[in-house]
Structures are given as C-alpha cells and as structure tokens.
Design a protein around this ligand. Structure first.
Ligand SMILES: NC(=O)c1ccc[n+]([C@@H]2O[C@H](COP(=O)([O-])OP(=O)(O)OC[C@H]3O[C@@H](n4cnc5c(N)ncnc54)[C@H](O)[C@@H]3O)[C@@H](O)[C@H]2O)c1
Length: 396
C-alpha cells in the first residue's frame, strides 16, 4: 500500500484525508505533520492516523512514506515541496502551487530535477459533473469552445493567513481565481496558449491590502476567452458555477448553492450545512457528499492511480505554474488597467497559430450568418456575399 503523509491539519488537510479514506477504500493517511503537537494528535485521533510529528523533515524522510501531500498555507508550499523532492518522495501540492509564477516554476524544476512524481491538487476540474462535461466538450459535442465563464464567490476565507498578502501572495484571485482559470483552461484545451489578460480587482469590503473582488478575462491563442469572477465579498454562501459556450452548444454547471438539494427549516439547525454556508435556518442548500461534489475523491483516485501506474496525472506542477503565470498577469493588469501579456518562460503546448475562422459556406457566393425559424413558421436565412461583403436575407 502507498504510504501517505499529510502536511497540515487545517480545513484542506481534513477534506483531503476524508477523501483519501473514503475514495478508493485502500488509501490511508499514515503520518500527519503539524507544527503543534496538540493539533497533530487531535487530527490523528479524529482521522485514525497512526503516527504524527511536529518535524516536517522527519515526516518527508520517513521510510514508510511514498507520497507527501502539501496542505499548508501558500507561503509554506515551496519549502515543503523542496523538502519532499529532496527526500525523493512523490509530492502532491494543493492550490495555488506558488504565490507567483517564479515560485511555481522553482517548484516544478525541483520535482523535475529530483525525478519525482508530482501532482497539482486542483480539485475543481474533478467534480463528477465537470468530468462528464469535459468528456462531452472533448468529444466535440459543443463545437469549438469560444467562451468559458467560471465563478467562485463567498464571504471570505476561514483563517488569518489568507488575508495577509505576504503569506498568501494575493487575495481572492490567488485563492479562487486559480480554480476558475484552470477550469477554463481545461474546457478550452490545455494545449492552447493563454496569451493576455485584462482584469479589474478592488478591495471593496474587508480592511485588507489584497483584493477581495476581481473579474478577469484571459484571451487564448485560438481566440477563446476564459472569464473568471471571484469574490470574498459575496453574501449567501459559496457560489460555484461554470458555463461553457461553444459554436454548437452550451454547458452550465452549478456546483454548490443549487445542487438539487434545497431544505427549509423554521428552526435554527445544529447540523453542518455545507462549506461557507451563511445560514442554518430558513432556506438552506446542503450538499450530500462534499468531498465528492468538490472533486477531491476523483482527484485523489487520479493522482494515486497515476502514481502507481507510472504515468502523469491530469494535473501536474506544470499546470500549477501556468495558472500562476496567468494570475501574475492579472495582478499587473489591475495596476495598469490594460491587457497584459502572460509571461511563460516554459511552454509545452501548441505554438503560435492563426485563429482559424469557422467555415460557414452556404453556396458558391455566400456564407451563412444566421438561420432562424420565425413565428409564422417560415425560416429566415441571413447571408453574406463572400466577394462584396453585402448582407442580405432570404425567407424560405
Ligand atoms: N479547494 C481547495 O483545493 C482548497 C480549499 C481550501 C484551502 N486550500 C489550500 O490549502 C492550503 C491550506 O489551506 P487551509 O484552508 O487548510 O488553511 P487552514 O488555515 O485551515 O489550515 C492551515 C494549517 O497550516 C498550519 N500552519 C499555519 N502556519 C504554519 C506554519 N508556519 N508552519 C506549519 N504549519 C502552519 C495551521 O495551523 C493549520 O493547521 C492553502 O494553500 C489553501 O490555498 C485548497
């Protein structure tokens, strides 16, 4: 069995452990690290983890450990990844990979130089609904993807360090924009180069230095747009939604506030409702299995299958570094109020190519602009003359 060490006992350490223990049934966290002995012991007892330590080096060098999971605040990712890679261990790191692309790239180089397996724990490309949507998009059911809109908003994070710009590396963009950006990349095609970003961001509510609200657009080389909308100022719980618009179809995914379970109680409930829920009475939107709905279960199955079978998982440190580079350009755009180029010193995808215009040939002289069935039952065709550019219509 694969020996797993969990570094960190906070919210995500608990979600990851719950997913690992529930997922493939055969996975179990063997060792937990926390800088506090009490927290490590409490975590070990809650999750039935055999061993705990307050020494990070001891955790990653433990001979019984094959895979190290980094579930620590953003400013500790590089140190933990470097230690795990130095110990020759496979390493799975939570999002965002780095606080910026330079940090992300150093981590990618550290695991590549050490020759160890690496996975980027971007759970939100793994929810069951998203995987099914991705399959349809990849099979071409929606035609060419033109626009992906991804939103993650809630009233703000649960721990102090998220609000500290130096520790987190930024605000809502670094915390949640990373999810939205990778969701859009996945639908558009990870081989398509992201070229430039325009982004608005502001601190609207919280007394902090970082942005608590931002909206950005990422332009890809094939002309597709990935739009991200993130907020720590949104009220009413956690809103997670994705929309994909293609030349032949549309996909809408709603992951949290409207998931098919809606419950009303006139009484104050003592039950946990869902992550970032703001109400425990009145109308509530509970989630049946949070770790499955958020993609953690499928994500660890992919990571550990890939590790055991000796191939790459769907998300690697390379993806984390690309996402970091897109976020760096977003922060620059907030300052300059202009489109900012995305700086990718390392790029494994497609080279520069022209945006291919769709062929809409109608007859030898015309392209079809639009076809619509009218209320009188007739069909109207709007045409463009390919030589003169003249627009005309025919009714059939
Ligand atoms: N959906 C997701 O993928 C997701 C969700 C939440 C958090 N995260 C990521 O997981 C990481 C941890 O976030 P969290 O929500 O668990 O935070 P958290 O605050 O709940 O937990 C962080 C843990 O790190 C410990 N810690 C803090 N400072 C430390 C230090 N200097 N040395 C050692 N340990 C220290 C804390 O005591 C705590 O146990 C972050 O990188 C965050 O972005 C990912």
């Amino acid at each position: 069995m694969t020996g797993i060490a969990m570094l960190g006992t906070g919210l995500i350490g608990s979600c990851y452990t719950q997913a690992l223990h529930g997922g493939r049934s055969r996975d179990h966290v063997d060792l937990v690290y926390s800088r506090s002995a009490e927290k490590a012991a409490a975590f070990a007892s809650t999750w039935n983890v055999a061993r705990s330590t307050t020494n990070l080096a001891e955790a990653v060098n433990d001979p019984g450990i094959d895979v190290v999971v980094v579930a620590l605040p953003n400013d500790l990712h590089e140190q933990a990844v470097t230690a795990a890679a130095g110990a020759g261990k496979a390493v799975l790191c939570t999002k965002p990979l780095g606080r910026n692309a330079a940090e992300g790239l150093r981590m990618l180089r550290a695991v590549e130089d050490a020759g160890v397996f690496h996975g980027y724990l971007e759970d939100l490309v793994y929810p069951p609904k998203t995987l099914k949507g991705l399959q349809s998009v990849q099979a071409g059911d929606l035609g060419r993807v033109l626009w992906v809109r991804s939103r993650e908003t809630h009233p703000g994070p649960h721990s102090d360090w998220f609000f500290d710009r130096a520790r987190a590396g930024g605000g809502a963009i670094i915390d949640m924009g990373c999810h939205c950006i990778e969701i859009a990349r996945s639908f558009i095609g990870k081989e398509v180069r992201p070229v430039e970003v325009v982004c608005w961001g502001d601190t609207q509510v919280h007394p902090i230095e970082s942005e608590d609200h931002a909206v950005g657009m990422v332009r890809y080389e094939n002309g597709a747009i990935g739009q991200f909308e993130v907020s720590w100022a949104f009220r009413g719980g956690m809103d997670l939604r994705d929309e994909v618009a293609g030349t032949e179809g549309t996909l809408w995914l709603n992951h949290w506030l409207r998931t098919g379970m809606e419950m009303y109680s006139a009484k104050e409930s003592t039950q946990y409702v869902a992550e970032k829920s703001e109400s425990s009475r009145g109308w509530m939107f509970p989630v049946g299995d949070e770790v499955a709905a958020l993609g953690y279960t499928n994500m660890f199955a992919d990571m550990l299958d890939a590790f055991e079978q000796g191939h790459e998982p769907a998300e690697t440190f390379y993806d984390g570094y690309v996402v970091n580079a897109i976020m760096d350009a977003s922060y620059r755009s907030i300052d300059t109020k202009r489109w900012e180029p995305i700086d990718l010193p390392l790029w494994h995808g497609q080279g520069a190519n022209e945006t291919s215009r769709l062929s809409r040939a109608f007859d030898k002289d015309h392209e079809l602009v639009k076809r619509e069935r009218m209320p009188d039952g007739k069909t109207k065709l709007i045409l463009r003359n390919t030589l003169t550019g003249e627009i005309s219509q025919r009714v059939q």
